[in-house]
Design a protein around this ligand. Sequence first.
Ligand SMILES: Nc1nc2c(ncn2[C@@H]2O[C@H](COP(=O)(O)OP(=O)(O)O)[C@@H](O)[C@H]2O)c(=O)[nH]1
Ligand SMILES: [Mg+2]
Length: 217
Amino acid sequence: MTKNIQVVEKILSANDRIAAENRSIFDQAGVIALNFMASPGAGKTSLIEQTVRRLLPVMKLAVIDGDIATNFDADRAAAAGALAFQINTGGECHLDAPMVSSALKQMSLKGIQLVIIENVGNLVCPASFQLGTHKSVLIASIPEGDDKPYKYPGMYRGVDALVINKIDLLPYVPFNMEFFQKGVEILNPGLVTFRLSCRTGDGMDQWIEWIQTQAIS
Ligand SMILES: Nc1nc2c(ncn2[C@@H]2O[C@H](COP(=O)(O)OP(=O)(O)O)[C@@H](O)[C@H]2O)c(=O)[nH]1
Ligand SMILES: [Mg+2]
């Protein structure tokens, strides 16, 4: 048991060292990097598409897409106008700092102001692995249910911003917003939160304003 814990600690500290190197690459390039985490299907790629399309006239974005298999998400980010890079994790349930490091070695950040990293869809493992990003954003969505902050506290505790996506589905799906927000507030008091719909565009302006402020700060 003790041995197991030591191994996990060693892996995480090696990861953190490379995450610090990634951070300094972002800083030297004058780039702000965000780590998007969510369960599968919450709308990470949809939010990336909408964000890239809306910010395209004012800034150039790069997207690093982590997926167990396929290039689908990187292709969607590229079609929206981002410089897109795909990492296939080969079965791993999260991105780690070495994976991001190898992507950074193969892409140029010249002219890029904002990098969005789409993590593998999972509410557990991605929370444990620093990537070197400046901020992490959790995308929750209405059909997932209002109990998720209570069931996945580690994820909700560690993030810098929360997007509640698919608010267009509120009339059709049971979701107690008060119960959900109460769970979030216990874990992460005062968390910056956006309620929006990637489908209808409702609430998107406030999100774009926030993300733009991150990129120029
Ligand atoms: N109704 C509704 N569907 C959405 C919204 N955002 C994304 N979706 C749908 O949810 C599904 C998963 O979206 P995707 O962006 O691929 O999620 P990801 O797996 O987290 O990257 C797709 O069918 C999207 O069209 C939204 O705001 N409202
Ligand atoms: Mg996706």
